[in-house]
Ligand binder design. Structure first.
Ligand SMILES: [Fe+2]
Length: 334
């Protein structure tokens, strides 16, 4: 049993890259219902209506889709300093950065697979302009009432050449805990779900069957209800957004889900995991076998083959993007 360290409070922000910046912006604002709250150069800042911080998504124009960085909010200034020391000890630190709008000093580092992660503490709470003021003072912003109306950025699922090595890093260096995992018949751990607080998962690592490093499987936004996921499927259908699989219910973590591709090519999950929390301080990791996985998702929907092939950036681009990282092997395309 691993106890939670509680030095990381939650996922704060993700920077997503898109070769279709205008169409991706349309997807996130008009389809998902995020609010644009600023821009800088090739980047646009977006927020869900329940973000207490300035923004949770930066959308940046780039030649390929993918993920540039994932930011985690520390639980305190002292917690930030402790985790920075731990990351430096692990030899994966990149250094301090100026924070994004609304955020203070931010320490950047890599996980073993090369995904950039960042930790920060200082955060300026969002103050809605008059036209976005909520009726209730315990909500940061008025409910947008259009599109899917997602509540929050929920989790990030990375692809990694060695999922277990990265899960171990997040567990041992950042103080997370593995709530669920998949073990192949060979004994290899091929996927791990990790959490920092009571949500049952925040970061996920899945083996990249191509052998490449640094890729994204999906980012997920949570909705208020399961019905919102069904409604999201209709909204995506009507607007020509590619639906990859779902709606259905995952066996692992029991999340109600819909997977779509935003116009830039990144896989986006709309999920409803809101009723499931991990309260047990002595939680015992759930391990799923190959035979159990072969049964499909909770109600029998088989895992779609593209789940094992589609990631961003696409494989050729992934190989060139990691070429300049020391000690990194782009791997063979499957
Ligand atoms: Fe997910």
């Amino acid at each position: 049993m691993t106890a939670l360290l509680h030095d990381i409070a939650h996922i704060g922000h993700v920077e997503l890259l898109t070769p279709e910046p205008e169409r991706s912006l349309w997807f996130f604002t008009e389809i998902l219902g995020l609010t644009r709250c600023g821009a800088d150069g090739d980047s646009v800042y977006l927020r869900t209506y329940d973000d207490y911080e300035h923004h949770s998504l930066t959308l940046t124009a780039h030649r390929t889709p993918g993920i540039r960085a994932t930011s985690l909010r520390a639980s305190s200034q002292e917690a930030l300093e402790r985790r920075v020391l731990a990351v430096k000890d692990a030899g994966l630190g990149l250094g301090w950065r100026d924070g994004e709008p609304g955020r203070g000093p931010t320490y950047a580092f890599h996980d073993p697979d090369g995904h950039e992660l960042r930790i920060y503490w200082e955060s300026q709470w969002y103050e809605a302009p008059p036209e976005l003021r909520p009726a209730l003072k315990n909500q940061p912003q008025a409910f947008p009432g259009h599109g899917v109306g997602v509540r929050r950025l929920d989790h990030i699922n990375f692809l990694a050449a060695e999922a277990a090595a990265n899960g171990a890093f997040v567990r041992d260096v950042l103080g997370a805990r593995v709530t669920e995992q998949i073990m192949l018949d060979s004994g290899r751990i091929s996927a791990q779900w990790l959490h920092f607080a009571n949500k049952s998962y925040d970061l996920v690592y899945t083996d990249d069957w191509s052998g490449a490093s640094g890729r994204l499987h999906h980012i997920a936004f949570a909705t208020n209800t399961r019905e919102d996921i069904l409604r999201a499927a209709d909204i995506c259908l009507e607007n020509g957004v590619f639906i990859e699989t779902g709606p259905h219910k995952h066996a692992i973590q029991q999340t109600f889900f819909l997977y779509v591709y935003e116009p830039g090519g990144n896989r986006i999950e709309l999920c409803n995991p809101l009723t499931r929390l991990i309260l047990a301080p002595d939680w015992r990791t759930i391990t799923w076998t190959e035979a159990e996985r072969a049964k499909g998702q909770a109600w029998g929907l088989k895992t779609i083959p593209s789940f094992h092939s589609h990631g961003t950036p696409p494989i050729q681009a992934a190989e060139s993007a990691v070429d300049d990282q020391p000690g990194r092997d782009g791997g063979d395309a499957a």
